[in-house]
Design a protein around this ligand. Structure first.
Ligand code: ADP
Length: 907
């Protein structure tokens, strides 16, 4: 007989061993070692086996002993789900990773627009739904301990030597400590609980081996081989293949739903998943595990019923059979198997629930209570850890109290079914959320509330027994005396199996209301976005590769990097990384360190969010979350702004370039003009110089010249010199005017005085017979301008008329006219005028109408034009005025007219 103390010691040693395993795994994960094992599909598959709790370990045999093969339904559901992994599981895992989901509450709330209400609702429902399940595990451990204690108590003659409540308390406390130690070590939600997962995997192996060992002992040790065993089964009522269609269908569906919705399953299946290729292996490996673990259930039940005294609890056959045969070692192993099943479930379930409770209830409350506190990050981390720990204690305590309240009685399987029914209510919102974009938050909330209320009323409350939570009247007459509100006969439909009754009503009404409300409500923008992300998660995630992707991953990274960094830079970066890794060639292994370095490098070019999104598209197989997209959009907006600024700059630059080009062209043109000008000047200068030189040579050499000739030559020289001087004066004048270096000497004088002065000066000493008439209009006008310069213009025009007017009686009429825009003074003679094609060019420097007489150099009108420009007016040639006609225009600003003339001007 195994002493209870001995058992407790072995138990403690086992727990210490698990601690060690978990600790080593954590340390290896931190150091980045043992990744192959920690992230292997085997560990993943084994971790899924927390589905098989003590309920499976002990309860399946009890279930089989009571209801035959029906227990298989509990394995059928999950098997179907894993075999069809690509339909639902793959989506969930992808969504879990891309949205960085931490729990099923997180997933549902984030699908429906990050709804807090939904998160809290799911969390509370999960806690309520799973509490019986945790109680069930405590109960099974206590029951199994009591089996060992019972004979001991009998032997010592003491009654009640084993205190079940105390044992349950210590087991609960131990589990709480383990969970706190390994579940709240690190905070980063992306960091997985490697320690816990490995410990769970080890426990999965232990429970499988234990159950197989007991099975083998029963078949070959007790029944005498496979043949006799089969005979026994045939003889037993259990062997009868009685399939109750509705119950089987309901239970299979229930277990499938629970497999997807149980917080602990979600934790190992989605949150702790590293690579969705693991699903592919789990799809056959997990059903195989289930098959192995259920292989000997019927034999153990049949033999147990045969050999154990009547009234023995069939739930404990796995333990009591070896004990009754004095197989102490086997009993111990069996106990450890059951212990493993119970503890792994409680640890993972508590971990999952505590994450939900602390994230969705404790933290929001804490943050709301102290506004602004969230800015101190160290503070918050501590609070989160504390919140998780407190949540773990609360959840395990709830389980403990449920265990005490339910009296620790009732068949294990029944309690398990209750839990399944509760969490299964998440299914419509979950499936609707990942397959149907039209699903809305209100729909999910209403569906959940309905389903959950029905579950509480038809399953949870009745489970406490008659007159505990619900009175007998409610059971018999219905709630509020309404006959259609009886917990076991809703809407008056009687005679259904209670489980079928609950599952059918709660799930179908849940789904119906979810669907109907969703149809009649509209999702808000975030819901829409999230809905699209969830439903289309498989479309944009593409082929997945783990961080340890093959060289193909590196190539893809290279192609992307080249696009962003440019070919040479990208190649240099890759080569340097390859060298650092000790690889010859250009493609380094896509290790996490390298990928991170690359991401940083890209971030410098395209922004952190974009870089992350791009790299994870290739490496992580992660899809891009809405936040990622928004961040990318932010960066693109910034880049757009940069690029528009650049565009502006480049436009400015091209404008400047155009201006420079124009200036350059002008300069070249000017240079040509200068050349032309210089040659023109030299030509103009040479003519008088030549005649001066030749006549002065004649004078110098010629002694035979008469006085008359001498004086004629001398006067030619004189007049040529005058011409030269005038030419040089004109040139100088023009250059001064053109350079804008003139200073105007403003003066006031009546217009007529100015004109008179000009006429007098121009005609003095002239031999011509030009008749100049000054029309006395605008007689009162007083000029206020540089009068000398203006006179210079007038003189030039009068002398031009003198020189070029080929009329028998040359006459020049000068007509001033005051206009609203200023003063016009027209100089019109009665000569031939200027031919139309030459009218525009006579103002050019050195331009002379061919054949025209006179000694001008063609600078007069050019100078006039420059002067008028300086005075703010202009000079133009007037067509069709009979002879040559020039108009000098002066602006109003050049006039200092007395008040009377202004009126005249206006009229
Ligand atoms: P210049 O200084 O040699 O007189 P201008 O620039 O004053 O040269 O005049 C340019 C040309 O315009 C002259 O060669 C002449 O042919 C023509 N011109 C100017 N005034 C008259 C006029 N009143 N009648 C006819 N032709 C004129």
């Amino acid at each position: 007989m195994v002493a209870l103390n001995q058992l407790v010691l072995v138990c403690l040693a086992y727990v210490v061993f698990l601690f060690g395993v978990a600790f080593l795994a954590e340390r290896a994960a931190v150091r980045g070692k043992g990744a192959a094992l920690l992230r292997s599909p085997l560990v993943y598959t084994l971790s899924l086996s927390i589905y098989c709790t003590a309920w499976t370990f002990y309860g399946a045999v009890g279930y089989a002993a009571r209801s035959g093969l029906e227990y298989l339904t509990i394995y059928l559901g999950p098997s179907l789900v894993t075999i069809g992994w690509w339909w639902v599981l793959r989506r969930l895992v992808r969504i879990g990773r891309s949205q960085r989901v931490t729990s099923i509450a997180d997933l549902i709330s984030s699908r429906y627009g990050k709804s807090n209400v939904l998160a809290i609702a799911v969390t509370l429902m999960a806690v309520i739904g799973v509490t019986p399940y945790i109680a069930l595990q405590l109960q099974s451990v206590v029951l199994s301990l009591s089996i060992f204690a019972a004979p001991e108590a009998e032997a010592s003659g003491a009654s009640g030597g084993f205190n079940a409540a105390q044992a349950a308390f210590w087991v609960a406390a131990g589990l709480a400590v383990f969970t706190v130690l390994f579940g709240t070590r690190n905070l980063n939600v992306n960091d997985r609980h490697h320690g816990v997962v490995i410990a769970v995997a080890v426990e999965a192996v232990v429970k499988l081996i234990a159950l197989l060992a007991v099975g083998i002992f029963v078949v070959w040790g007790l029944a005498g081989g496979v043949g006799p065993m089969l005979d026994r089964i045939d003889a037993s009522p259990i062997g009868a293949w009685e399939v109750q269609g509705s119950r089987w269908a309901a239970l299979t569906m229930l277990s499938a739903a629970a497999f997807l919705c149980l917080p602990r399953m979600f934790q190992v299946m989605v949150v702790e998943n590293d690579d969705d290729r693991h699903l592919q292996i789990a799809s056959w490996a997990f059903p195989a595990y289930l098959m192995l673990i259920s292989l000997f259930v019927v034999p153990i039940a049949v033999v147990g019923l045969d050999l154990m005294p009547a009234g023995s609890n069939p739930d404990l056959f796995v333990l009591s059979l070896p004990l009754s045969q004095n197989q102490n070692g086997l009993a111990m192993l069996s106990f450890l198997g059951g212990f493993s099943s119970a503890t792994s479930m409680v640890i993972v379930a508590t971990l999952a629930l505590s994450t939900m409770v602390s994230n969705h209830i404790v933290m929001p409350v804490w943050l709301a209570m102290r506004q602004g506190g969230a800015t101190q990050s160290g503070d918050v981390r501590k609070v989160v850890i504390r919140a998780r720990r407190v949540s773990i204690l609360i959840i395990i305590s709830l389980g403990f109290f449920y265990y005490r309240a339910s009296g620790g009685s009732g068949a294990l399987a029944a309690i398990g079914t209750i839990s399944f029914g509760g969490v299964a209510q998440f299914l419509p919102a979950l499936l609707g959320g990942i397959f149907w974009r039209g699903a809305t938050r209100l729909g999910a909330l209403c569906g959940l509330a309905t389903g959950f209320a029905l579950w509480v009323f038809t399953m949870l409350l009745p489970s406490f027994g008659v007159d505990v939570a619900l009175s007998r009247e409610v059971f018999e007459q219905g709630l509020f005396g309404l006959a259609w509100l009886r917990p076991n006969a809703l809407f008056g439909i009687e005679g259904l199996d209670p489980t079928v009754h609950d599952v059918v009503w709660s799930l179908s009404l849940n789904a119906l209301i979810f669907f109907a409300v969703s149809l009649f409500t509209f999702p808000d923008p975030i819901e829409r976005l999230q809905g699209a992300q969830f439903v289309n998660v498989l479309d944009h995630a593409g082929a997945t590769r783990g961080w340890t992707a093959s060289v193909a991953g590196s190539e893809d990274l290279m192609i992307m990097a080249q696009r962003i960094l440019g070919a040479t830079e990208a190649q240099a970066f890759f080569r340097a990384e390859a060298r650092a890794q000790g690889i010859t060639g250009n493609l380094p292994e896509p290790t996490p360190a390298f990928v991170q370095a690359l991401e940083r490098e890209l971030a410098a070019s395209v922004g952190a969010a974009t870089a992350h999104a791009m790299v994870s598209q290739i490496v992580g197989g992660t899809s891009v979350s809405v936040q990622d997209l928004l961040a990318v959009a932010d960066e693109s907006a910034q880049m757009l702004e940069y690029s528009s600024q650049l565009e502006l700059k480049s436009r400015e630059l091209s404008e400047t370039a155009a201006q420079l080009r124009a200036a350059n062209e002008k300069l070249t043109q000017l240079s040509h003009q200068k050349d032309a000008f210089l040659s023109q000047i030299s030509h103009e200068l040479r003519t008088p110089m030549t005649s001066i030189r030749s006549f002065s040579e004649i004078l110098r050499d010629g002694g035979s010249l008469g006085e008359g000739e001498k004086s004629r030559y001398a006067s030619i020289i004189h007049s040529e010199t005058i011409r030269l001087t005038r030419l040089l004066d004109d040139l100088l004048d023009l250059s001064v005017l053109e350079n804008g270096q003139v200073t105007l000497h403003l003066g006031r004088e009546p217009l007529h005085d100015v004109l008179d002065r000009a006429v007098t000066t121009a005609l003095t000493g002239a031999s011509s017979t030009l008749d100049v008439e000054v029309v006395s209009t605008a007689s009162g006008v007083v000029l206020h301008t540089d009068l000398d310069r203006l006179v210079q213009v007038f003189i030039n025009l009068i002398s031009n008329a003198q020189k070029y007017c080929r009329s028998e009686q040359p006459k020049l009429t000068i007509t001033p006219e005051l206009k609203s825009a200023g003063l016009n003074i027209d100089f019109v003679d009665n000569g031939e005028g200027v031919a139309p094609d030459e009218q525009a060019v006579i103002f050019e420097k050195f331009y002379r109408v061919s054949g025209s007489q006179g000694d001008g150099a063609g600078l007069g009108l050019a100078i006039c034009q420059e002067i008028m420009a300086r005075l703010g007016g202009r000079i133009i040639y007037l067509r069709d005025r009979g002879g040559a006609a020039f108009r000098v225009h002066l602006p109003l600003s050049a006039l200092a007219t007395p008040a009377g003339t202004e009126v005249a001007a206006a009229s």
